[in-house]
Design a protein around this ligand. Structure first.
Ligand SMILES: Cc1ncc(COP(=O)(O)O)c(C=O)c1O
Length: 422
């Protein structure tokens, strides 16, 4: 059960089928573009959508808004150092800022960067510089987030040097799949042999540590597992909007003092004074508390069990999902072999239930915001979605009306062609 009780509540917003049908047409059947006030239960992202604790809110009120040397920043850095073991910590306002600043300092046109899977903004920030971005995931269970070590080794054998590998922990694809400690260590070994750097995109590091503990029956604490994971990388960055349990924030960790100095120069040029990282002191205060809470085992168990519970409700009711279920979301595999099937499924689910998920590539994902929905909300979600999923044919199919230049899933617009069977 949830290891907390509820103090503040927000009413859910009901809409009618007619309203939802109108909204879908207005937004070109793209779920990201639906105004949130028309969504009943929202599973489009687990990022920035979690609930903060009363402790975090209290610290936000207490935080003193100074220009530099903020006490809240000191508290945050202390916690970040403890969990990661990194000596130099630079707060930033979110994950993609870290990517932009860091990659511009580290990489140049033509550099090859390998990963278990680059997140969309990671890829975009690297490609803007002109880097060649290569995903080599290894989906073998239970650690379906691993990088394919054989492919990594054989690919880099041909190269004299290896620039960098980015390990995304957990791997964001397939709803957040963990990377094993052995995979981390072996990647580090290969990278070091070729004089490269290993970077962690550690936005869901605590989920990763929890899965390591669970799958290996480890007696170590979550903190100890985190510390062990972070020993095997040169640089880390993360968005605190996921496991960090805040609505905004992130940070970069480096071991090299010279790189840290360069980072600080970039931060002052583009964000704000380095001690703030472009955040208000209240945000830094919340980040310090959120980071501390993120590694509480009881909370992690509850969150990951909730995602698992939703997956099982769906499965028991005949919905095909990706297994093993990930740490922050359930991936639903569409039934109908039609073009844009995940978009059609998502639009139909929203139309009939008011529940919103997100489409990433060919997959429809329900990401579970942390500490927001109760198990009853999840049961309801699983049961209602399964009714829509099992319909013998979709009420409409989608035709592409506008192909965006980039970020297809965020910006594409469709038209519904009604009454056509798949
Ligand atoms: C794995 C991963 N890396 C980086 C980011 C970017 O972080 P932010 O949204 O804070 O910019 C995200 C966001 O969802 C993510 O999932």
């Amino acid at each position: 059960m949830e290891p907390y009780r509820i103090k503040v509540v927000e009413p859910l917003r009901r809409t009618t089928l007619k309203e939802r049908s109108r909204i879908l047409q207005e937004v070109g059947y793209n779920l990201f573009m639906i105004p949130a006030r028309y969504v009943y239960l929202d599973f489009i992202s687990d990022s920035g959508t979690g609930a903060m604790s009363s402790h975090a809110w209290a610290r936000m009120i207490e935080a003193e808004e100074d220009f530099s040397g903020q006490k809240a920043g000191e508290d945050f850095i202390k916690t970040a150092r403890k969990i990661t073991g990194f000596p130099f910590i630079q707060p930033v306002h979110q994950g993609r800022t870290a990517e932009n600043i860091l990659f511009n300092l580290l990489f140049k046109k033509g550099d090859k960067i390998f990963s278990n899977t680059h997140f969309e903004t990671t890829r975009a920030n690297l490609e803007r510089i002109g880097c060649k971005v290569i995903d080599i995931p290894d989906f073998r269970p239970p650690f379906c987030g691993n990088i394919d070590l054989q492919k990594l080794e054989s690919t880099v054998k041909r190269e004299k040097k290896l620039k960098a590998v980015i390990l995304t922990l957990t791997n964001n694809v397939k709803g957040g799949q963990p990377v094993s400690i052995e995979n981390i260590k072996e990647t580090y070994r290969i990278v070091k042999k070729k004089e490269g750097i290993l970077i962690f995109d550690a936005s869901r590091f605590a989920d990763n540590a929890f899965f390591i503990k669970r799958y290996t029956n480890s007696k170590k604490s979550i903190l100890e597992i985190c510390q062990e994971m972070f020993e095997y990388c040169d640089i880390l960055y993360l968005s605190s909007k996921k496991d960090g349990l805040v609505n905004i924030g992130g940070f970069i960790g480096v071991r090299d003092e010279k790189l840290y100095e360069k980072l600080r120069e970039k931060i002052i040029e583009q964000e704000s004074y380095p001690s703030s990282g472009g955040l208000a002191a209240r945000d830094l205060a919340a980040m310090a508390v959120g980071l501390e809470e993120s590694i509480e085992e009881e909370f992690l168990r509850s969150h990951i069990e909730k995602v698992n519970f939703l997956g099982h409700i769906l499965k028991e009711n005949g919905v095909k999902i990706f297994e093993p279920i990930g740490g922050h979301g359930v991936i639903i595999i569409p039934r109908h072999a039609i073009p844009y099937s995940a978009y059609t499924l998502g639009a139909e689910i929203y139309l009939h239930t008011g529940i919103r998920g997100g489409v990433f590539g060919d997959e429809f994902r329900l990401a579970v915001p942390r500490r927001v929905y109760t198990s009853e909300h999840l049961r309801f979600t699983g049961e209602r979605i399964s009714v829509v999923y099992k319909k013998c044919k979709p009420a409409f199919i989608l035709k592409l009306a506008n192909r965006p230049r980039t970020f297809f899933n965020f910006f594409a617009r469709f038209k519904a062609v009604k009454g056509k069977s798949p």
